[in-house]
Design a protein around this ligand. Sequence first.
Ligand code: PMP
Length: 405
Amino acid sequence: MFDVEKIRQEFPILGIQVNGKNLVYLDNAATTQKPKSVINSLVKYYETRNSNVHRGVHFLSDKATTEYENARSNIARYINAEKPHELIFVRGTTEAVNLAASSYGEIAVKAGDEVIVSYLEHHSNIVPWQLLCERKGASLKVIPVNDSGELDIEAYKKLLNGKTKIVAVNHISNSLGTINPVKEIIRLAHDAGAVVLIDGAQSVQHTKINVLDLDADFFAFSGHKMYGPTGIGVLYGKEKLLDSMPPYQGGGDMIQNVSFEKTTYNELPYKFEAGTPDISGAIVLSDAVDFILSAGIENIANHEHEILEYGTAKLREIDGFRLIGSAKKKASVISFLLDGIHPYDTGMILDKMGIAVRTGLHCTEPLMKRFGIPGTVRASIAMYNTKSELDLLVEGVKKAKKMLL
Ligand code: PMP
């Protein structure tokens, strides 16, 4: 059984006070808080196992290497990848997309080709593709969204053609919470001969991921949004694609042999992991995965959905409340505006009440322009949030309205 109070006890930071009030943390789409098991694992790593990987014959190096590779296998199982070496450890989603755009883009895209993204994308799933298109003389096409914040799949079908080489879309929108029909998006792209990258930054922590069932070519995510540490993330790629790609960065570990005349490269995944990786980050991310598994990803999804529905319904009762993003399928994000009030001002007043929300463009400037708004106030939900926290948010929003209008 999912017991939210028990879960909350695992997160020390949830006990702190902010501005004299109990913290209400609703900025989980930006980053989640960390459970004790993750924090303790990080300390334990540096106290008992710290060493460099893949380089030493000594006890500690062997131990660190084994745990680093075990972490890869565990995380591979979590997303149902066929082979652990299809997971490349990177700094986060941003680096994962840049790796795919630079390396796969290099061999797949030429002048006149097209890359498709969507209006819902985070800047980190727009700009790397834009840079690629500029380098190659290719063009960037954009799947439109309707007024509810859902992708227009009919328009997407019309964008696909023989020139489409890559489609890059997110699984769940960080700004609106829209759950995109990624399986269908991938199937349609494959029918057109294109390869698909799914930005899973907002889905790995909320829903079961099965990269095989999705048939995703690339899948990117960040550790810090799934109860793990900052500085670690994953690019999953199908072995065949990763094998065909040139290295992204040069340095130690990614080579087989080096001479001044010619260097040969290491096998997967090391070909893409130049230099000393974030060893502790990978190991601790695996602990974060175990934490999610112990709570149960379906339990988490159900709990968060209940909180989302509850909070949305309560907020909708407030006069002048405008929900931005009302997709039929939504996860864990309530983005909104109050008539006549700038989102930043609402956020400042909520902060005085100990409530952490995000305000602004959420790194989705084109999407905000599409809706003709200066940004939103975004409350984003994680497994440890409760209905009473959403009640406090509602109270805070009412107070902000009273003070600012
Ligand atoms: N994509 C989405 C959908 C995101 O929400 C984020 C983080 N806000 C990113 C990409 C970038 O992730 P990171 O900053 O961890 O690289």
